[in-house]
Design a protein around this ligand. Structure first.
Ligand SMILES: C[S@@+](CC[C@H](N)C(=O)[O-])C[C@H]1O[C@@H](n2cnc3c(N)ncnc32)[C@H](O)[C@@H]1O
Length: 276
């Protein structure tokens, strides 16, 4: 793409649980080759969004810190970079920044706090307590890249170069927008495949089994409307049952969907469901 001749290609600016970077080749292979608008209602780190680089898109997530960061990178990347450069990878400092109330910060300070915590906390996780406060401990990394300015500028340039809406919203609301010919990629928090493999608590509200059933009805509705729909999830009997009328593809991965260190390898199969 000519626009990016002197810039690196944009890539996710946060480390995100369930990020799709390792599965990208397979996702691209199964994505439709032609579509109108691109929708990603569980955008997270946006691995597929940055890879596809669609010219018209709606990206959204229920995590308001994440969505604020996307908007700040689009609108105010230089101020954000300056702020990120001031952070220190020290334990005491980390807990001081973690204790700040994001609602009392400016959008730039808020995005800077969010990215700093993401780069320096344990495993780049995002977890909140019942009061909605971020509670992941310090990660003790030697040299985390808190400010990847080249990538932040590449992301900013890309976000400004396309027809884009960035929304803080529940997926159900956003899924009412796509029309015939649009492509919707649904990548919800996965259904847990074992007691320890539980990454459904991205937000204090969580994503229950009941919610996976609701999501399956949203998938059906998008299908009826004539959208191209692609959904990722873990290989679980409930998911196979919910999507039995569609194409179910097994993806090969040795990705960690389990946070327990010694169980990281061979984390299990993942499924891709498509309606086209
Ligand atoms: C598996 S992650 C998406 C990963 C993303 N595809 C990537 O490449 O990084 C799931 C995302 O869903 C978001 N989420 C959870 N519940 C949601 C809801 N009800 N509506 C919208 N987003 C939600 C989480 O904040 C998280 O970012």
């Amino acid at each position: 793409m000519a626009l990016f001749n002197n810039l690196q290609a944009p890539k996710p600016f946060v480390k995100w649980a369930g990020g799709k970077r390792q599965l990208l080749k397979q996702l691209i292979f199964f994505a439709p080759t032609k579509f109108n608008r691109y929708f990603e209602p569980f955008v997270g780190g946006g691995a597929l969004f940055f890879k596809l680089m669609p010219s018209t898109a709606v990206i959204s997530d229920a995590n308001c810190e994440l969505i604020n960061a996307y908007k700040v990178i689009r609108d105010n990347v230089e101020e954000l970079i300056e702020s990120l450069k001031r952070h220190k990878n020290e334990e005491g400092y980390f807990y001081k920044i973690r204790a700040l109330n994001p609602n009392q910060l400016s959008p730039v300070e808020r995005a800077s706090r969010f990215i700093f915590l993401n780069k320096t906390c344990f495993n780049g996780l995002y977890r909140e307590n019942s009061k909605g406060e971020f509670n992941v401990p310090f990660g003790k990394y030697k040299k985390p890249k808190i400010c990847d300015e080249n990538n932040l500028r590449a992301v900013s340039k890309f976000l400004n170069s396309i027809d884009l809406e960035i929304l803080h919203a529940d997926y159900k609301e956003v899924c009412s927008l796509p029309k015939r010919g649009d492509f919707v990629y649904l990548d919800p928090p996965y259904i847990p495949v074992s007691k320890t493999a539980n990454f459904t608590t991205y937000l204090s509200s969580g994503f229950s089994e009941e919610e996976h059933k609701v999501l399956a009805s949203v998938f059906k509705e998008l299908d009826k409307r004539g959208c191209f729909v692609m959904l990722s999830n873990a290989d679980h009997p409930l998911i196979r049952e919910l999507y039995k009328d569609y194409k179910i593809i097994e993806l090969t991965t040795n990705r960690a969907i389990n946070c327990v260190g010694n169980k990281r390898k061979g984390a299990g199969k993942e499924l891709l469901i498509i309606n086209y």
